[in-house]
Design a protein around this ligand. Sequence first.
Ligand SMILES: C[S@@+](CC[C@H](N)C(=O)[O-])C[C@H]1O[C@@H](n2cnc3c(N)ncnc32)[C@H](O)[C@@H]1O
Length: 279
Amino acid sequence: MRDRLFSIIYKYNLHPNRDLGQNFLIVPDIVERNIERAEVSEKDIVLEIGPGLGVLTDPLSKRAGKVYAIEKDRRIVEILRKEYNWPNVEIIGGDALKVVWPEFNKMVSNLPYQISSPVTFKLLNREFERAVLIFQLEFAERMVAKPGDKNYSRLSLMVRAKARAELVERIGRGAFWPRPKVDSAVVVLEPKPPEERIDLNENLVKALFQHRRSTVSAALKKSAHMLGLSKDKVKELRQVFSRVPHSERRVFQLSPEDVLEIEEFLKKEGVIESSPTSS
Ligand SMILES: C[S@@+](CC[C@H](N)C(=O)[O-])C[C@H]1O[C@@H](n2cnc3c(N)ncnc32)[C@H](O)[C@@H]1O
């Protein structure tokens, strides 16, 4: 795998593009472990975002029924098409945040870290069975943080509302070429059963977590403009914000169920309307 990677790099005189997060995995064991974790079999349709030079795509193609690989770098798309002859891989050239994702049931990727957040939110709004993803370590830690943890954030809450996330392995910088400036980690994501998933009002979650260390009532007062409320309206609603469920708790202590209670109260009081979900 390593030899193949470097022979392609020399052949095409490739200079990894840092802006596209091009840090290629060079440890075959990590690739194998992630494919095992995803329990990939020929029944699976796997989505990979950012195949790079194919270090993950190649073994995936040998196990999965079908692999869709979305790659933004046109030069890399060309190289992949020339160098590999995978019968069951469809390479989709384009930005993973813009192209329409195909149907898939598993996702396995070493993601470009600059799009980790939108990719995660997009994934959480899809039906899938299991995702095994490599993220920047701090991002992975935030994904799995529990209510009350010091790094519990909007991301932690939104992940917890829809899925079970587990950080299963930390990866040092030496596992990639070129060596990145940050450590990484593998996260396994499994959607919760539909009856346990919670759809939260995105604007409310954003408004609350704008002031994650404040109490709920203080955060609501400070971020009321994000809910489309004028200053006068906020003054009028002071009493309502004080009566809100969990009003004296800190925002970073709230579970998705707590936020849902707050949302339902605010709806009942006519402060917010529908429940826009994330894109
Ligand atoms: C961290 S590298 C991973 C490459 C390969 N999977 C590996 O592990 O060696 C990320 C890859 O994502 C591609 N990429 C960056 N931004 C992207 C985007 N918005 N959509 C699709 N691919 C993207 C990069 O060109 C690069 O090939």
